[in-house]
Design a protein around this ligand. Sequence first.
Ligand SMILES: [Zn+2]
Length: 321
Amino acid sequence: MGRRKVKNKIKNWITSLVVFIILCVTGYYGTTYFQEDTQENRVEITSVESIENSELIDLNNNNLNIIFFYVGQADSTFIKLNDFTMLIDAGNNEDGENIVNFLKEKGINEIDYIIGTHADEDHIGGLDDIVSKIDTIGKMYIPTVGESGTDYKNAIKAAEEKNIVVENPVVGDTFSLGEANCEIMSAMEEEGVSDNDSSIVLQMNYKQTSYLFMGDAEKAVENSRSWNRVDVLKVGHHGSNSSSSEEFLEQVKPQYSIIEVGKDNSYNLPSSKAIERLENSGSKVLRTDMVSVGNVGSFWLTSDGSVIDIKEVNMSLDGNS
Ligand SMILES: [Zn+2]
């Protein structure tokens, strides 16, 4: 080998070494460089499994449990963490009794917090049944808007008969459900505000996991404040096009979005445009009117605070079917 060849070889070798060192220093070869740049630290959500019937729902655990009930074209969500419980909405009038029966079957005779998100029947219709038939109720939150409605009056009457504290929501108010912290994010009550936009919007954080329950809140609410990123979103207004705006989803960035909606409902909900926006934001969308197990169904979410698991359940509490 000639002297020049050896020189060239050493030169090439040194050049490669310098390039390698530069790449290492800039992090190009470091695995963390890409992770930090492109991956956000999100909690793990295990894929949706199916269970065949509600008897397989076991709430005797130390995890956070959230059940998004199928109550037809209506909303109802039950939350349990150890001995602490909360019900957000109670479906239509006909659904109340089914929700009561489910809770009693699971040994639930006490609800710490009842949230009537807003005055519409598909949210508070069943509240009077819950209040009068569940042994102990802690406190009820309900907005002032829509107080002249029949369902609203029935819910308040049932609460008064049982001496239950009824509170109007105040934005920024917080309360805890065991180790889960809840904050009222919105509850509009300006004159002329729609029932939907008066919805109590609630964020719940449990350890590293976070959840946002929108009631039927629409764009006006979404535009009224800034939002935190959450892992799971209970989509506003049954997946209507008037909710889940792009700007809102850019902030919330839910990993999973759950739509409580009636099969073949007359409003044509959910809107395909809203679903597209949810999916474009990177979210997986789950719908109670479209499950792989059965025709319609509920979702049972459990979390230890760092990992979330969501199961479809072949369970309907729809009193109209
Ligand atoms: Zn509704």
